[in-house]
Design a binder for this molecule. Structure first.
Ligand SMILES: Nc1ncnc2c1ncn2[C@@H]1O[C@H](COP(=O)(O)OP(=O)(O)OP(=O)(O)O)[C@@H](O)[C@H]1O
Ligand SMILES: O=P(O)(O)OC[C@H]1O[C@](O)(CO)[C@@H](O)[C@@H]1O
Ligand SMILES: [Mg+2]
Length: 433
């Protein structure tokens, strides 16, 4: 567990919020008091570290409407941009921001930038979309993003020039670690020019690997979809002599999707994730044991697992600088077939790579609830003048976190934690190190 200093959780503000919220909006507001905070840590061992200086305890601001506004709704213009890979629930976030802006704050100037940061570079030629209640009314039922998304950088100076030209006061950035790094570049440029433009992020990744937040929206929906695919692999495995269903799931550097889908589906015998390196020979021997005993097996492998086993090929990177991974699924399929052929044992491997199919689906009901609340939290934070922050979920609360924190590292599945131990217990797999 990362140990933080209290100051690391302070949220930057554009200035003093002076407008009385209820008087300005003309309706009742159940505001959150700034001093209502929750503990960042909850493990007693972590809390003990602060027993000598309780003032140093790191505390999290709760999300929600504030007693005072920084922005005057009648003069506020909002922008939304969605970047990086798709994730179930992005549209619900967009809808929630638009509805909260219109209905709670009476802000009607809401614009959606097209195709990620590309839409913030006017030279690319993608004018923003004007968003209103009608245009976003049904989008929560759709996968993807109605605004489009992209990878690849744009110059922060060019983007801030454009925001200034359009008179945007608040920009909501929906994206992963890369997007938040891009947003921090924007925040620096905005501060340099002493502009009053707030930047509020909504963290997005189906990999669930964003630092310091406990749950990423869309993760549950992706796991749900992955579970359906694993069920198909199980059927295929049971339908053939010594059938082996092999499913590759997304998860670049962390195995959250693979581990959760394994637990959710109940039929997986081997779950391979990037956090738990394995020796191929040991894994194949255990697979042979399983096949001899039960005559079928299901393997789930996260795309980032076992990369060290793959033959060296020249690394390539996507436009955002993310390393392209080698295909561990195809590699394992070949190795399994080779191994069983050498042993003169029949094995029928059915390899399923659902790839994008698990992340482009519509969100589950629970993810929709989550997205709705994240979108609302983002608007409340921005209207109070908070900036360079994200909204997130931690210790059972919607909270604010500085953007600088969430770009520090990518969260990994804890190998000594409960989830991974449960995977080991339920699959019966052993350590293949
Ligand atoms: N270090 C960085 N500085 C500035 N901008 C960045 C940086 N890294 C990424 N970006 C920009 O952020 C956008 C999205 O980044 P990226 O493609 O890495 O996806 P992401 O937000 O991490 O989402 P995910 O990886 O979950 O799909 C891109 O336009 C990219 O150029
Ligand atoms: O092919 P794309 O769209 O660049 O993205 C694929 C990657 O995006 C993610 O869905 C999210 O980071 C990863 O799980 C996956 O490796
Ligand atoms: Mg990323």
């Amino acid at each position: 567990m990362e140990i933080l200093a209290a100051a690391e959780l302070l949220i930057p503000k554009l200035g003093e919020a002076k407008l009385h919220t209820e008087q300005t909006l003309g309706h009742k507001v159940e505001s959150i008091r700034d001093e209502d905070k929750i503990l960042f840590h909850r493990h007693i061992a972590d809390l003990h570290r602060y027993s000598k200086d309780p003032d140093a305890l790191p505390l999290l601001e709760l999300a929600g409407p504030r007693h005072k506004l920084f922005f005057n709704p009648s003069q506020t213009r909002l922008g939304i941009v969605t970047c990086g890979g798709l994730c179930p629930g992005i549209n619900t976030i967009i809808r929630s921001i638009v509805f909260t802006a219109y209905q709670y704050y009476g802000v009607e100037a809401v614009y959606g930038f097209r195709y990620g940061y590309s839409g913030l570079n006017p030279k690319v030629g993608l004018p923003p979309l004007k968003l209103d209640l009608d245009s976003v009314d049904n989008i929560h039922a759709l996968g993807g993003t109605i605004l489009g998304s992209s990878r690849g950088p744009q110059d922060a100076k060019v983007m801030v020039d454009y925001l200034e030209k359009l008179g945007i006061n608040i920009l909501f950035v929906v994206g992963g670690d890369g997007t938040m790094r891009g947003a921090l570049d924007l925040a620096k440029e905005i501060a340099k020019r002493q502009l009053t433009i707030a930047l509020v992020g909504v963290p997005k990744t189906i990999d669930n690997d964003i630092a310091f937040i406990e749950r990423s929206f869309g993760f549950e929906s992706a796991v749900e979809e992955a579970t359906r695919i694993i069920a198909a692999a199980h059927m295929e495995a049971k339908g053939a002599v010594n059938g082996i269903g092999l499913v590759k799931l997304m998860g670049r550097e962390s195995g959250f999707i693979a581990a959760n889908a394994t637990l959710a589906s109940c039929v997986v015998n081997f779950c391979l994730i990037p956090e738990a390196p394995f020796k191929l020979e040991k894994f194949l021997q255990d697979l042979e044991r399983r096949i001899k005993k039960r005559h079928h097996a299901v393997i789930v492998v996260a795309e980032g697992a076992g990369q060290d086993l793959l033959p060296d090929s020249k690394s390539t990177f996507d436009k955002s600088g993310n390393k392209r991974l080698n295909d561990i699924g195809a590699f394992l399929k070949n190795e399994i077939v080779k191994y069983f052929t050498q042993k003169n044992l029949e094995a029928n491997v059915r390899y399923i790579d659902p790839s994008y199919a698990i992340r482009s689906v519509a969100p589950t009901g629970d993810d929709n609830v989550f997205c709705l609340m994240l979108g609302q939290s983002a608007v409340h934070a921005a209207m109070s003048g908070r900036t360079a922050m994200i909204v997130g979920y931690r210790n059972d609360h919607f909270i604010h976190l500085p953007m600088t924190l969430v770009t520090r590292f990518r969260k990994k599945l804890e190998i000594n934690g409960r989830t991974w131990k449960t995977v080991l217990d339920t699959t019966g797999q052993v350590d293949y190190k």
